[in-house]
Structure formats: structure tokens, C-alpha cells
Design a protein. Structure first.
Length: 447
């Protein structure tokens, strides 16, 4: 029973939060006259000392004390004696755990938002550097239309913007203090829950004591946001893996972000990207694990909730590492524009431009223009040429409505320059998107 019941090996990470919440609780008890001024002061000073000891690595784990909360209280008693026994007045471990865990998750959200911001800044910098660098745009991993590398990188910035908003919304939703809910029914002591909420940076106390001690929605919200962020990181990691392979050759991996083979001296493996991709599976699993843990629990608290922390801690650690690794990789990647440009031109990716010209300049209905452009692609393949290498005579054998005005439109550079619609890949639009992104970042930093 002692072995299955003890959680100190896991929840010791909550020591900062436990001491902060306990100090706020003791101060409130003192102000309300529930504790004497002397006892409240002794408890506060003792808790500060316990924090210094644990911070210095001097936590002596004892499974018989079960969890971090009892470890802190036990050490407090050793330091200050009998007043330590009054700390738990008007409090249960149920609201204590919920409060500590909320404080940890709130900090974890802030760290995730900071990590997302760091990666976002790197993506914006590299996008600005390559706002006009042409690369193939893919659908079904087939070359579709030419795009710019800057536009492609800014697509991931859009994903990160949504990720940040999910974390921010989760933080706002969770920022209510459970402290004072006691075991599940509240307490008969004349406590001031507003005061402890303010002291701990919460917006308000929770409204229902039963919900307060049993709610773990805030953990699910974090894990959902973390899982989706990790999926976005995994997609970017997969692109790096593909782009670094010899058939693509779009990027060269720096030694700092790759490893060699144990047997093949020619290899430079994208291990960091592959690990980011792999970590996403674990974070998704952490999200699912907590949902399954919660789905059968009646109100209020049940010991099952002791197992809510491993998935959260695991996802928190992996997400922070993945964000930092991805920011480092993107910052240091050496892009190879000539390989990207060649690949963009190789797949007849300007066929849509030919169809668009037929519609806009020759008055051909789009469906017919699409058909004509397909025949032009077939003619280029038969001739062993790129579409923009066909002569005007060769194009006119496909359809005599094609004239010389179309020729400047068929290069990949002309194609991307023409995509000037809002949100499009034209370099000028990419530049505008980058400017807007920088302005948004500056506004956030100024808040």
C-alpha cells in the first residue's frame, strides 16, 4: 500500500507551487484571526526556509510521507514545531493539490507561449530572408504550383499563432483559485478566498467547491494545446527530413543538428527533426491518457487523480524541448535555393498560369482553358522540355488562341509574382505578412 500510494517521486516537482500556496493560505489565516500573528509569521518564515532547502536539492524523499505536500509540512514541523500543525486549518489536500497543480499548469502555459514566440521569431526571420526564393508548392506531395520559401515558412507561423491563442485561452479559462474549497464542501472557518486568489495571481475564486477539487479540465486544455502544437512541429520536422534527403536537397543540415551513422561515414541524419516528430506521438498519448483517466470518475475527488501529473509533466518537458530544438534547427538550416527553383520548374508547375492567361486574355472558359493547359503539359513532356521552354509555335499547335503575350507568364518567378491576392505567395504579399507579424509580436511584447 505504501508503494502504490506514494507519489513523491512524481509530484515533488510541485514544491514551488505548494510553498507559494501554503504561504498565501497562512497569511490569509493570520489576517482573518484564525491563526495568531506569531504563528502566521513562524509558518511563513519556516516555509521560506523549506523552499530554500528544496531549491538547494536537499529534499529527503520518504515514501511514508506520500507526497510533496506532506514532505513540506513534515519539514516545516521539524523547523518550527507546533505552529506547523495549524497550517492545514480550513484546507484539505484536495484543494491544496488542485491549487498547486493549477499554479504549475499556468506556469507551463507561460513557458509554452514563450517557446512558441521564440520559434515564431525565427520563422519570420528566415521567411524575410527568403521572401522571393522560389520553391515547389505541393499537394499530395506532387509539385503543384510554384510558391516562395518565405510564404511556406509563414504558413507554419500561422499555425503557431493559433497554438498560442489556444494556450492563452486555456490560461484565461483556468485562472480561478480552488484554495478554500477544502475537501469538497467548503469550510466553516471565516476565510477570505478572494485574498488568497489575489495573492496567487488568480482572477477570482472558483464558484463551486465540488467542481474545484475534482476539475482537471485545465490540464486537458493544456494537453490539447500541447498535442496540436506538437502536431504542427511534427509536420515541420517531416518537411526538414524530406528536404534534407538527397533526392530533395532543399536544405543542408548543420552538424549541430544532425548525427552520423555508426557504420556509414557518408551519412548526416536529421535525428533532431525525427525526435521532434517522435515526441508528438507521446504528447498526443499524454492527452488521451488524461481523458481516459477522467472519463469514469464520479464527483468529487478520487485517488485516480494522482495519475493526472505524469502525462502533464511528460508533455510539458517534451513540448519545451521540441520547441527549442525546432527553433535552433530553423535558425541554422542552410537552404539551397537553386535546388528548390529547379524542382519548382520541373513539374510543369506553371500550367495553371497558362490556363489563367487563356481565361483572362483570350476569353476562354476556365474548364476549356484547363483542358488546353493539360494538352500543353503533355506536349512539353513529349518534347522533353519544361512548360516555359516550349516555343510559341509549339504552344500554338496546342491552341491557336495562344499568342506571345503568354510567354513571360510561364516562368516560375512570374508565376509567384502574379499571386498577389490577399494571403498569396507573391513576394510583396509575403513582405506584408512579415511586417504584420512583426507588428503583432511587438504589440504583444509591449503589453
Amino acid at each position: 500500500m505504501r508503494e502504490i500510494n506514494a507519489s513523491i517521486a512524481i509530484d515533488k516537482r510541485l514544491w514551488r507551487e505548494d510553498i507559494a500556496a501554503s504561504r498565501a493560505h497562512a497569511a490569509m489565516l493570520g489576517r482573518q484571526g484564525i491563526l495568531s500573528e506569531a504563528d502566521a509569521r513562524a509558518i511563513d518564515e519556516g516555509l521560506a526556509e523549506v523552499g530554500l532547502e528544496i531549491g538547494a536539492g536537499n529534499l529527503a524523499e520518504d515514501p511514508s510521507l506520500e507526497d510533496i505536500h506532506m514532505h513540506v509540512e513534515h519539514r516545516l514541523a521539524a523547523l518550527i514545531g507546533e505552529p506547523a500543525g495549524r497550517l492545514h486549518t480550513a484546507r484539505s489536500r484536495n484543494d491544496q493539490v488542485a491549487t498547486d497543480f493549477k499554479l504549475f499548469v499556468r506556469r507551463a502555459i507561460d513557458e509554452a507561449i514563450a517557446g512558441i514566440g521564440a520559434l515564431e521569431a525565427v520563422l519570420i526571420d528566415r521567411a524575410e530572408e527568403h521572401a522571393a526564393t522560389v520553391m515547389p508548392g505541393f499537394t499530395h506531395l506532387q509539385s503543384g504550383q510554384p510558391v516562395t520559401l518565405g510564404h511556406h515558412l509563414m504558413a507554419y507561423r500561422e499555425m503557431l499563432t493559433r497554438d498560442r491563442s489556444r494556450f492563452s485561452e486555456a490560461r484565461a479559462r483556468m485562472n480561478e483559485s480552488p484554495l478554500g474549497s477544502a475537501a469538497l464542501a467548503g469550510t466553516g472557518f471565516d476565510i477570505d478566498r478572494e485574498a488568497t486568489a489575489r495573492a496567487l495571481g488568480f482572477d477570482r475564486p472558483t464558484a463551486n467547491s465540488i467542481d474545484a477539487v475534482s476539475d482537471r479540465d485545465f490540464v486537458v486544455d493544456y494537453l490539447h494545446a500541447a498535442a496540436l502544437t506538437s502536431v504542427h512541429l511534427s509536420r515541420l520536422a517531416e518537411e526538414i527530413v524530406l528536404w534534407a534527403s538527397q533526392p530533395f536537397g532543399f536544405v543542408r543540415l548543420p552538424d549541430a543538428w544532425s548525427t552520423g551513422s555508426s557504420i556509414m561515414p557518408n551519412k548526416r541524419n536529421p535525428d533532431a527533426a525525427e525526435l521532434v516528430r517522435g515526441h508528438s506521438a507521446r504528447i498526443i498519448g499524454d492527452h488521451v491518457a488524461l481523458l481516459v483517466l477522467l472519463k469514469g470518475l464520479p464527483l468529487a475527488y478520487a485517488k485516480d487523480l494522482q495519475d493526472d501529473k505524469p502525462p502533464l509533466f511528460d508533455a510539458h518537458d517534451l513540448l519545451g524541448l521540441s520547441l527549442a530544438a525546432m527553433a535552433g534547427m530553423i535558425a541554422d538550416l542552410e537552404f539551397v535555393p537553386e535546388r528548390m527553383r529547379a524542382a519548382a520548374a520541373a513539374g510543369h508547375a506553371t500550367a495553371t498560369d497558362l490556363a489563367d492567361w487563356l481565361v483572362a486574355d483570350a476569353g476562354v472558359p476556365f474548364r476549356e482553358a484547363h483542358h488546353i493547359a493539360g494538352h500543353a503539359v503533355a506536349a512539353a513532356e513529349d518534347a522533353g522540355k519544361a512548360l516555359d521552354q516550349l516555343s510559341l509555335d509549339e504552344l500554338r499547335t496546342v491552341d491557336d488562341r495562344i499568342d506571345a503575350r503568354v510567354l513571360p507568364r510561364l516562368s516560375v518567378e512570374a508565376s509567384v509574382a502574379a499571386r498577389r491576392s490577399a494571403g498569396g505567395t507573391a513576394p510583396e504579399r509575403v513582405g506584408q505578412a512579415i511586417a504584420a507579424a512583426r507588428a503583432a509580436m511587438a504589440a504583444r511584447e509591449g503589453q
